[in-house]
Design a protein around this ligand. Structure first.
Ligand code: NAI
Length: 311
């Protein structure tokens, strides 16, 4: 257990995040921060009062400032606007960059030793913004996307094959967006390659649905985007960090030459422990997968350049 985890942004993702973390008993205190007056306080109090029934002792606090977040061990940044139908994640660039930069500067002051997990979109670029604004080492600033994308892929596979989601292992790399790279060669059902269960055409259709998984939900909701699966994905990452599990999970990590790629954030398998991203695991890729990963990196880098022009 750690002392304090802060969740910035008390919207759909943030409030669900605080709920999951409180129920998991991973921290003595969960602090929910938002700029909207009364909202984080009200949601946090309501959540705190569920403790006696659900059975957790986590203290949950809501606030509009950062005094209460002091010396957080982990900070999850969910502040920012979500997309509307027809919007791409990149359309959120300018607005969310301003928000994430401000939030990250506050985090740096209040919690200089924190591990920062970014959720705000466009994910890979917002993680870059958070790294720049905090100046924290790259192992302590990374983003959540791959666990969610992988969870979506696993859900669709389980449904199609008619087996438990628990038995499906999958790996989705690349940026969080249309250029994500699901790796079929590393996708298995209890160790048995997926290709022994489904033909190429069916697998391609599941990959396509995974790529558009976020948009499918946005189209239904009209206002707002997904939050149950995203908050579950972050919770899994936080659990790996708190318990120093050394889990191998796909995260948006700062690339320093791994896979021949540098100077960008990109979704790759990472070893997650108390040190944050303790290692980036380099798996063998086919030429096609490597090319897709490089294309994805180029896209993220291009968006980082767009952002620099806007500022
Ligand atoms: P939401 O609109 O429900 O909540 C966002 C919250 O951020 C609002 O309560 C707003 O008041 C708050 N906020 C804005 N500026 C702030 C600031 N400077 N400081 C503190 N709080 C601030 O949005 P939702 O659905 O919670 O999504 C949040 C972000 O997460 C979006 O950018 C969305 O695209 C992204 N997202 C990313 C996912 C991923 O896989 N990485 C998955 C789902 C959402």
């Amino acid at each position: 257990m750690v002392d304090r985890i802060t969740v910035v942004g008390a919207g759909h993702v943030g409030e669900t995040q605080a709920l999951r973390l409180a129920e998991m008993n991973v921290a003595r205190e969960v602090v929910l921060v938002d700029i909207l007056e009364g909202i984080p306080q009200g949601k946090a109090l309501d959540l705190y009062e569920s403790g006696p029934v659900v059975g957790f002792d986590t203290r949950v606090i809501g606030t509009n400032g950062y005094a209460e977040t002091k010396n957080s061990d982990i900070v999850v940044i969910t502040a920012g606007i979500p997309r509307k139908p027809g919007m791409s994640r990149d359309d959120l660039l300018a607005t969310n960059a301003g928000i994430v930069r401000n939030v990250a500067a506050e985090v740096k002051k209040a919690s200089p030793k924190a591990i920062v997990v970014v959720v705000s979109n466009p994910l890979d670029v917002m993680t870059y913004v958070a790294k720049e604004a905090t100046g924290f080492p790259a192992n302590r600033v990374f983003g959540m996307a791959g666990v969610l994308d992988t969870a979506r892929f696993r859900t669709f596979i389980a449904e199609k094959v008619g087996v438990s989601v628990e038995d499906i292992q999958a790996l989705v790399l690349g940026g969080h967006g249309d250029t994500m790279v699901p790796l079929v060669s590393y996708t298995t059902i209890s160790g048995i390659p997926l290709t022994q269960f489904l033909d190429k055409q069916t697998i391609d259709a599941l990959i396509d649905r995974t790529r558009k998984g976020g948009a499918e939900i946005v189209a239904y909701l009209k206002e707002g985007s997904a939050y149950y699966a995203p908050s579950a994905a972050v919770a899994q990452m936080v659990e790996a960090i708190v318990h120093d599990k050394k889990r191998i999970l796909p995260c948006a990590a700062w690339m320093e030459g791994q896979y021949g790629i540098r100077d960008t954030y990109l979704g790759v398998p990472c070893k997650l422990g108390r040190g944050g991203v303790e290692e980036i695991i380099e798996v063998e890729l086919t030429d096609e997968e490597q090319a897709a990963l490089e294309k994805s990196a180029q896209h993220v880098r291009g968006t980082i350049e767009d952002l620099k022009k806007l500022m």
